[in-house]
Ligand binder design. Structure first.
Ligand code: ATP
Length: 366
């Protein structure tokens, strides 16, 4: 798929804008504060119904306005779709339309238009808490397995119910038992799906690290940790530990505790790798994820890259640009300066990309 056209109204500093994109590479450049990230954020918002910068929807509505509106035209081999999203300040939910019909859930948008974003916050994937890595893996499994999102939501609901009982010291089998059983059944299913998705991802990552010829990646171990000891079933584990869970006040074992462990030798990679190396690793992980989508599911997604070249040397920039182009997804990259003839995108022929300059939220094609 490709997002061919986007109309933006009252989103951050973008008042009203219609943009037509290349199905391949799109380069956006402009000085600090001009609106580059806002454009990427608007694309992400159309796919997911939320921002990658803030959980507060009101913040993304342009100051002085009461609502934001986004319309996108998405083209696939089977035809095209018109997607619309409107969010009113103070409203509970966004209003969603696909081809003129109202939709209840944004999951259909996300499935139609899978968006992967690499921005400064993404670099927490290596050094941040396990939640970042769980979300990273779940994004992939959501696209690989169609029922995954629904099952994971149901499991999270059961975990919340269970946590509520644990916090209130209600440990009787009659009350806690049914939730323990639900968490165990769904948790085992979810973990199987995650293991499959992780294996696909790891194969692609190994290949990418090999292509990158990264000496820092020698001794790097990337492993899936399910969230409890695999030698025992989840139900048996949960039933064996109600007192410690009561003390903690939440479910200590299960898919809610899963992680992707990234280590160099015996140490967490975040404590060993340099910032530039961590950046390269995160970018390669994101690219491996997109490759699984492309190769295993035949899905061509969108990749948003917000000034990823900061802290990367020229050879790393070139290498990553090559890998990105080889992915054959729709790319949106931002830069502070106009990409010159020497930059990482200099090999792309002029007919294969579109370039936009942005100033005070106004975009002009170059
Ligand atoms: N709700 C809002 N309404 C109006 N303007 C906003 C809103 N939120 C943020 N802005 C402004 O939008 C401008 C664009 O921000 P954005 O983050 O898109 O810039 P950028 O080009 O990515 O900058 P940088 O290169 O520094 O990352 C900023 O000046 C910011 O203060």
């Amino acid at each position: 798929m490709a997002l061919e056209e986007l109309h933006i109204h009252h989103f951050r500093n973008i008042a009203s804008q219609r943009l037509v994109f290349s199905p391949g590479l799109n380069i956006v450049f402009g000085v600090n504060g001009s609106g580059k990230t806002s454009l990427l954020e608007a694309i992400y918002y159309l796919s997911t119904g939320r921002s990658f910068r803030t959980a507060k929807h009101n913040r993304v509505v342009q100051e002085g306005n009461d609502r934001l509106t986004l319309f996108g035209r998405v083209v696939e081999t089977s035809g095209q779709h018109r997607l619309g999203i409107e969010r009113v300040i103070g409203g509970q939910e966004a209003t969603l339309h696909k081809n003129g019909l109202k939709l209840r859930s944004v999951a259909e948008f996300a499935r139609l238009m899978p968006v992967s974003v690499i921005e400064p916050g993404t670099f927490d994937l290596v050094s941040g808490g396990p939640g970042y890595r769980r979300r990273f893996l779940d994004w992939l499994v959501f696209h690989v397995e169609h029922d995954y999102g629904r099952r994971w939501k149901a499991c999270q609901r059961a975990i919340r119910q269970r946590n509520h009982l644990l916090r209130h010291g209600i440990l009787s089998d009659q009350e806690l038992g049914p939730w323990t059983q639900q968490v165990a059944v769904l948790g085992e299913e979810i973990t199987q799906s995650r293991e499959k998705g992780f294996e696909l991802f790891r194969q692609e990552l190994d290949q990418m690290l090999l292509n990158a010829g990264a000496d820092w990646a020698q001794g790097l171990k990337v492993e899936f940790a399910r969230g409890w000891d695999a030698s025992r079933g989840l139900e048996a584990t949960l039933r064996a530990n109600p007192q410690s869970e009561q003390r903690a006040g939440f479910t200590l074992y299960g898919p809610n505790r899963a992680d992707i462990r990234i280590r160099c030798g015996n140490l967490p990679a975040g404590e060993v790798l340099s910032r530039g190396q961590q950046r390269s690793l995160v970018i390669l992980m994101k690219l491996a994820q997109m490759r699984v989508l492309r190769e295993q599911c035949g899905i061509r997604g969108l990749c948003l890259l917000d000034d990823i070249n900061a802290e990367l040397d020229a050879s790393n920039q070139q290498l990553l640009a090559g890998e990105l182009l080889a992915l054959d997804c729709q790319l949106f990259v931002t830069s502070i300066t106009s990409p010159g003839h020497e930059g990482p995108w200099s090999d792309v022929s002029p007919g294969d990309y579109r370039m936009f300059h942005v100033e005070h939220g106004q975009f002009s094609e170059q």
